[in-house]
Design a protein around this ligand. Structure first.
Ligand SMILES: [Zn+2]
Length: 83
């Protein structure tokens, strides 16, 4: 048990985050919009408990986790224009 708290997909969706899935067999990596996963799993689902399957080699041995890296870049904050 680590001390690192993992966000739920609901938490990720709120900040525009992603869920990353990486195949342990072939290394294929996919990224899913957390907001779309909420529709399937609900807000309280933790990314690491999602059972994925590699779309490249069809292996069920997929590492799933939250991806916040892109979320920050995607959060575009429009600066109010001076009048
Ligand atoms: Zn694979």
């Amino acid at each position: 048990m680590g001390s690192k708290k993992t966000d739920t997909v609901g938490d990720l969706a709120r900040i525009g985050g992603y869920v990353r899935m990486k195949c342990r067999r072939c290394g294929h990596e996919g990224r899913f919009v957390a907001a779309e996963l909420v529709a399937f799993f609900g807000y309280n689902k933790r990314p690491e408990t999602i059972r994925g399957r590699c779309t490249a080699c069809n292996s069920p041995d997929v590492d799933v986790g939250p991806d916040l890296g892109l979320a920050r870049g995607d959060l575009r904050r429009e600066k109010p224009k001076p009048v």
